[in-house]
Every structure is written in structure tokens, then in C-alpha cells.
Design a protein around this ligand. Structure first.
Ligand SMILES: Nc1nc2c(ncn2[C@@H]2O[C@H](COP(=O)(O)OP(=O)(O)OP(=O)(O)O)[C@@H](O)[C@H]2O)c(=O)[nH]1
Ligand SMILES: [Zn+2]
Length: 358
């Protein structure tokens, strides 16, 4: 069932009415009758919204502006919003965006690892599809680990897509990445077609299966094959007449994220402006949560352990040495430490303060 085209009230958690059961007044309408839409792109104060009249098959793309009362509330791709005014989608018309529904998930990042100011990237995503290439450009576990931490922080499921396997020495484990993440339970899809430079049919099938009915955010460095993948997913659908690429080619004109509809009943949110995740808003223990295979070993750490070294009371080194995290344990611990070190650029006392607060 397409979670975006059946927006009946039961599927959308509506913010509880702070005013209790008191009758609404004209001054504070709650707009629960206003039309529900999904924000698919944000560009200089204009919100491209995908709208479907409930109980009808009439989908349309409406451009809206935020109502004055929402001036200070960020509205991001993936948000479910209420629209009033002209929602006809006729050329030159503008609807008014009057309310943002409660978000199920929120993918965030900091500008960098030391700046705790958060930026929201996408709302209501179910999955994060992390795309790396086997080569050209070389994959970096640091990038993958970072993306994993951001996904777990947001409460969304990660998927790893490794493209260009045809360029790798060992196509079954391109760049040794698969063995690095083998202990973790998220899906890994490997793709690469020498001749056509595109997704292999098996990878495409697997992706369709994983993306069906889900809102999936795409992240990956330039040149790893994201467009190739999106085109393969939407292009094949276009041939069968089922696709609705909401904003199609226009996506390159903006650096904001954009949602593209892919059949069967899934959405892919491309994030052209986002190439890395600052994680200053994520606690070290939440970073550790992205290293599921090491979490058990941290049970013997000293309370408040930052997992930085045995001298600091970290039990992970001994645990990994005993072989509990398998053959790749030492490499995994090194990856964790790399990520934690890049986060500890903030002054030590700041970090202590944050730890003390939890
Ligand atoms: N050899 C090989 N080349 C591929 C594969 N997938 C994509 N490519 C090529 O890699 C290049 C970059 O692919 P894109 O899809 O444009 O990469 P992108 O991630 O969208 O890059 P940006 O738009 O810059 O973010 C293109 O020349 C593709 O043809 C693959 O599996 N194998
Ligand atoms: Zn520790």
C-alpha cells in the first residue's frame, strides 16, 4: 500500500490539540479539514507539494508558500502538510501551507562535527540508502559509518548499495566492504555492469523489492552512480507507464532534497546538497549503536566511557582481542575510534557536560 497516497487520518499522527476540547476559534483554526500533501521539494521559500484528494485518484503537484504563522518552522522534503487556498495546481497559482503534521522520523545533520546547530534534511523517511562505488571514487568506511550513525539516530533503516563492482578485483566483496559490515544486519546490494555502466538486473530487482512502499533517502558522493540508479528505477517504470517522477529533470536546478516517486509505491529522496553528515548532535553512545557488532563489548566499559582508549576505561580493546567481534573486530574498532575522534573536536569540557546531562 502506498503510504503516500492514502493519507487518511488514521495513518497520520496528528499533533495533540494543546487546547484540549475547547472549541476552536476563528483566530486559531486547526486546519484539520485542509488538504493533506507531501512536500517533495523546497526551493527559495516555494514548497512543491504532492497532493491527492482523499478518496480520489486525482494526483497533482501544487506549489505552496508558508503561512505567516509558520515563518519560523522549518518545512523539509517528506513533511506531510496541510494546504489551503488555491490547490488547483493551475499554472501561476500558489497554495498556502498552514500546518506541518507530526513527523514520524527526522534525518538530521550538523554543519560539521563541532557545530551542534542541527539541520533537518528529510522528514518521515523509512530508509537511508547509502551509495558507494567499489572504485572511482574509492569507497570510504568512514563515510558509511557516519551515514549509519545518522540513520540510527533518526530511527531509520540503512541499506548499503555498492556500485561499480565490475571495477573491483573481487566482485563478490568489492573493496572488502562486505566483510567489514557482515556482522551488521542491514541489507547490502552489490551492482555493476561492465558493458552498459549501469545497474545489474539482479541488483535492480533487489532494490525494487527493498524500496517498495518505503520512503528512502539516497546519500552518496558525486560519481558513485546515484543518477544511474534513479534513472534505472524510474526509467524502467516509465516504459510500463507507471511512473510519476514528480519534478523529473528539475532536480539539478536546486541543491535541496527532492522526492521522486518510484513504482511500486515507493519514494526516493535524493539529497544533492548533502554529501556528508556532521554528527555533533549525536551522543558517542549513539555512534556506538551504529556499530552493533561492538555494542555487547561495551557492557564492561566504565560508566560514562567515551570508548576512546583502554586507559580511559574502555573494555572494547580487550573484548575485540578475545575475538568476540570476529576477524574484522580490530578494523571495526578502528573505524569506531576514527568516527569518535572526528567528533571530539569540541572542547573536552563541552563533551563532559553533554555526558553529564544524560
Ligand atoms: N563501470 C561502471 N560504471 C558505472 C556504474 N554505475 C554508474 N557508472 C558510471 O559512473 C558515472 C557516474 O554515475 P552517476 O550516476 O552520474 O553518479 P552520481 O552519483 O549521480 O553523481 P552526481 O550526479 O555527481 O552526484 C557515469 O559515467 C556512470 O555511467 C557501474 O556499475 N559500473
Ligand atoms: Zn568503552
Amino acid at each position: 500500500m502506498n503510504r503516500w497516497d492514502s493519507w487518511d487520518e488514521s495513518r497520520v499522527r496528528v499533533r495533540p490539540n494543546k487546547r484540549g476540547s475547547r472549541p476552536r476559534t476563528k483566530e486559531t483554526p486547526d486546519y484539520s479539514d485542509a488538504e493533506l500533501a507531501r512536500v517533495v521539494q523546497v526551493d527559495r521559500g516555494r514548497y512543491t507539494c504532492f497532493l491527492e484528494a482523499r478518496g480520489s485518484a486525482s494526483e497533482r503537484v501544487v506549489t505552496a508558500m508558508r503561512a505567516k504563522a509558520l515563518r519560523r518552522s522549518p518545512v523539509v522534503p517528506g513533511d506531510i502538510v496541510r494546504l489551503v487556498g488555491d490547490t488547483s495546481a493551475a499554472a501561476g497559482t500558489l497554495a498556502r501551507l498552514v500546518r506541518v503534521e507530526e513527523r514520524r522520523t527526522l534525518l538530521r545533520r550538523s554543519a560539521d562535527d563541532t557545530d551542534e546547530a542541527e539541520r533537518v534534511i528529510v522528514a518521515n523517511a523509512d530508509q537511508l540508502l547509502i551509495v558507494v562505488a567499489s572504485a572511482d571514487p574509492e569507497p570510504r568506511t568512514g563515510f558509511i559509518d557516519r551515514a549509519l550513525a545518522a540513520a540510527y539516530d533518526a530511527g531509520i533503516e540503512p541499506i548499503l548499495l555498492i556500485t561499480k563492482a565490475d571495477l573491483a578485483q573481487d566482485p563478490t566483496d568489492p573493496a572488502g566492504l562486505v566483510s567489514h559490515y557482515l556482522q551488521l544486519e542491514f541489507p547490502i546490494v552489490i551492482s555493476g555492469h561492465e558493458e552498459q555502466q549501469q545497474l545489474s538486473p539482479a541488483a535492480l530487482d533487489r532494490l525494487r523489492e527493498l524500496l517498495a512502499g518505503q520512503v528512502t533517502v539516497l546519500i552518496g558522493h558525486s560519481g558513485v552512480g546515484k543518477s544511474t540508479m534513479v534513472n534505472a528505477l524510474t526509467g524502467a517504470d516509465r516504459a510500463t507507464g507507471g511512473v510519476n517522477a514528480v519534478t523529473g529533470r528539475g532536480r539539478h536546478t536546486s541543491s535541496s532534497a527532492v522526492a521522486l516517486q518510484v513504482n511500486p509505491d515507493g519514494w526516493v529522496v535524493d539529497t544533492p546538497g548533502v554529501r556528508s553528515f556532521g554528527l555533533a548532535h549525536v551522543h558517542p553512545d549513539d555512534v556506538l549503536a551504529a556499530f552493533e557488532d561492538l555494542v555487547e563489548g561495551s557492557e564492561s566499559c566504565e560508566p560514562g566511557c567515551l570508548h576512546e582508549s583502554p586507559a580511559g576505561g574502555c573494555a572494547l580493546d580487550a573484548w575485540v582481542k578475545q575475538g568476540h567481534a570476529g576477524h574484522n573486530g580490530p578494523a571495526r574498532l578502528a573505524s569506531l575510534r576514527n568516527l569518535l575522534h572526528s567528533l571530539s573536536g569540541s572542547p573536552e569540557d563541552e563533551r563532559e557536560k553533554r555526558l553529564g546531562a544524560t
